[in-house]
Ligand binder design. Structure first.
Ligand SMILES: [Zn+2]
Length: 453
């Protein structure tokens, strides 16, 4: 069944209330003042620290005041559910995360959660009774900044990561040689629930995530909304180049096995391959041993992060890099070096659910039609996310898609991260319209018919 002609009320969120709610939540963990205004700060709200406990208390209190049923699971994921006409079917969830990087901003993750709360406020004040229930989820430790595993708690919910592994993760910042585990910190702040962290015990009808783009494309193209179709594939490698250490002054060029020179040419070659395939290749870490000024290194190590929207093209890029690196190691150093590859991460491309994408697109067209600029130009585009999100895990277990808003200068994971109140509100209104459309879609599809006799 298609999702055409879904007749839903045309509602907009309250931009001012949304901005106030966002900044209200940011009083917990605000840090790194960069401007004169009280809201011109970044965030340092590391997962499960005291400020994270405070914002969790704030979230639960806010959701309870909206009449939601609230609970949290074994990973401390917070859930707020607003009842609909049929409450035996799983809820449509709007989710993201309230934790931040140590030098993070006020929008990454936070916008998606507070926009979910704003959607519930609009439903309440318009006395809208949805067909099924609708809710908001705050996922624990999405950033992987304090406990080094990204989106670990949606990963447990999706049963892709065992809970013991997640509970046992220890923080990267040591407390005097005694780094705390996720389980210890959940217990300390009182957020380790009884409810199983599992999609089987706690299923969703769908998961929609509003998020800042974290890149420059929407702003550069003068657009307001990105309709996200998926997440690009990426692979991380550790590359080791072995040559021979010898004296920088007495070894002629023709007699060298120069590992650093070879590695440098490989970094350039990877960039050429990426450019050729319209993908990305990045070297973020590079080291040489033994590391003295007047000795060429016997070993050079570097990381390689390769990305493309398509798995098959990513594979072609990796093969091309392998061939080029082999050639460089053998021919570009007079006496030849060896090159070794080790895979660190292999993350295939994610394709979001077509019905979710379709309701987001319909909602986007409807919301943007209210803007005067719409008459002269289209203000949205389909996009592929460059970064991973909790939605990658939920997508494995329920229909999922994402909505992007513009991000000033594409800057994220930085205190100055910014999305204007107007753009935040457009994104939240798109989220609202998408949820209402999906709610109507599943009623029309008969999702509730077995449950109502
Ligand atoms: Zn995020």
């Amino acid at each position: 069944m298609g999702s055409s002609e879904l007749d839903v009320p045309s509602l907009m969120v309250d931009a001012k209330r949304l901005a106030e709610c966002l900044h209200d939540s940011c009083q917990y963990g605000a840090a790194h003042q960069y401007g004169k205004l009280s809201t011109e700060t970044g965030m340092a709200r590391l997962s499960l620290d005291d400020s994270d406990k405070e914002v969790r208390d704030w979230f639960m209190e806010t959701a309870n005041s909206l009449g939601c049923r609230t609970f949290f699971d074994q990973m401390g994921n917070l859930f707020a559910i607003r009842s609909g006409k049929n409450n035996n079917a799983p809820p449509i969830m709007m989710g993201s995360h309230l934790d931040t990087q140590p030098t993070g901003g006020r929008y990454d993750g936070i916008l998606g959660v507070v926009a979910g709360l704003e959607v519930l406020k609009v439903l309440n004040e318009n006395s809208i009774e949805t067909e099924g229930s609708v809710g908001v989820v705050n996922w624990t430790n999405e950033e992987g900044a304090r406990f080094p595993k990204m989106a670990v708690s949606s990963g447990v919910w999706a049963e892709e990561i065992p809970i013991e592994t997640a509970w046992g993760l220890r923080e990267v910042t040591t407390h005097g040689g005694n780094p705390k585990s996720i389980k210890e910190e959940l217990d300390k702040i009182g957020y380790r629930g009884e409810h199983p962290a599992s999609y089987r015990a706690n299923p969703f009808a769908a998961h929609f995530e509003l998020h800042i783009e974290q890149g420059p494309i929407l702003e550069d193209e003068g657009l307001k909304i990105g309709v996200v179709h998926g997440v690009q594939a990426f692979k991380w490698f550790d590359i080791t180049v072995r040559g021979r250490d010898s004296h920088a002054g007495t070894t002629p060029l023709y007699a060298r096995k120069d590992a650093v020179l070879s590695a440098a040419k490989m970094v350039v070659a990877a960039n050429t391959v990426a450019t050729h395939h319209s993908g990305l290749a990045t070297t973020g870490i590079i080291n040489a041993e033994p590391g003295t000024v007047n000795t060429m290194a016997h070993t050079a190590r570097f990381t390689l992060d390769v990305r493309h929207v398509r798995d098959d093209v990513l594979e072609t890029m990796v093969k091309a890099c392998e061939a080029e690196f082999r050639r460089i190691a053998q021919e570009d150093s007079e006496k030849g070096c060896d090159v070794e590859w080790k895979v660190l991460v292999d993350s295939p491309a994610v394709q979001f659910n077509s019905e979710c994408i379709s309701v987001v697109e319909q909602s986007t067209v409807n919301v943007l039609s209210a803007l005067p600029e719409t008459s002269s130009s289209k203000l949205w585009r389909p996009m592929i996310s460059g970064a991973g999100h909790d939605s990658c895990y939920t997508n494995l277990r329920c229909p999922t898609s994402m909505i992007f808003t513009p991000t000033r200068q594409g800057i994220s994971h930085n205190p100055t991260e910014y999305c204007s109140p107007e753009d935040c509100a457009l994104g939240a209104s798109v989220l609202l319209g998408a949820v209402l459309r999906y709610d109507r879609l599943r009623a029309r599809r008969g999702d509730f018919s077995d449950l109502n006799c």
